[in-house]
Design a protein around this ligand. Structure first.
Ligand code: TYC
Length: 111
């Protein structure tokens, strides 16, 4: 969005009023994306904990707590990232789960 600021001044006090228009582009922050893990009945708890440690840099305690949140509530946000990073995390988790034949689902959603 372009913002226009109007400045009127009569610095030399001669009765003239100069008009200056300053324009600047308002900086847009890039949209951020929530990466979410979904609960299921089959993926082992320890596998989910490992995923959270490996791909989201969590300690074992943090990972265990978040895994339990997903287990109890059905879904939880595991991180918020730029589009490209979020997409990579989702792909890494889905690929890792598939390679181990677990039905774990990971999705992303615009914040
Ligand atoms: N509900 C699974 C179980 O009881 C554990 C689990 C937790 C699975 C989180 C997926 O995203 C998940 N083994």
């Amino acid at each position: 969005m372009t913002q226009i600021k109007t400045i009127m001044a009569d610095k030399d006090d001669d009765g003239d009023v100069g008009v200056v228009l300053e324009t600047r582009q308002k900086t847009q922050r890039p949209p951020m994306y929530k990466v979410m893990l979904l609960n299921d009945d089959y993926t082992p708890m320890e596998f989910v904990v490992h995923v959270l440690e490996r791909f989201f840099g969590m300690t074992h305690a943090q990972a265990f707590e978040l895994m339990l949140t997903v287990h109890k509530k059905g879904v939880a946000v595991v991180g918020v990232f730029s589009y490209e990073i979020a997409e990579t995390k989702v792909a890494q988790v889905m690929d890792f789960a598939q390679r181990h034949q677990h039905p774990l689902q990971c999705t992303m959603e615009k914040e």
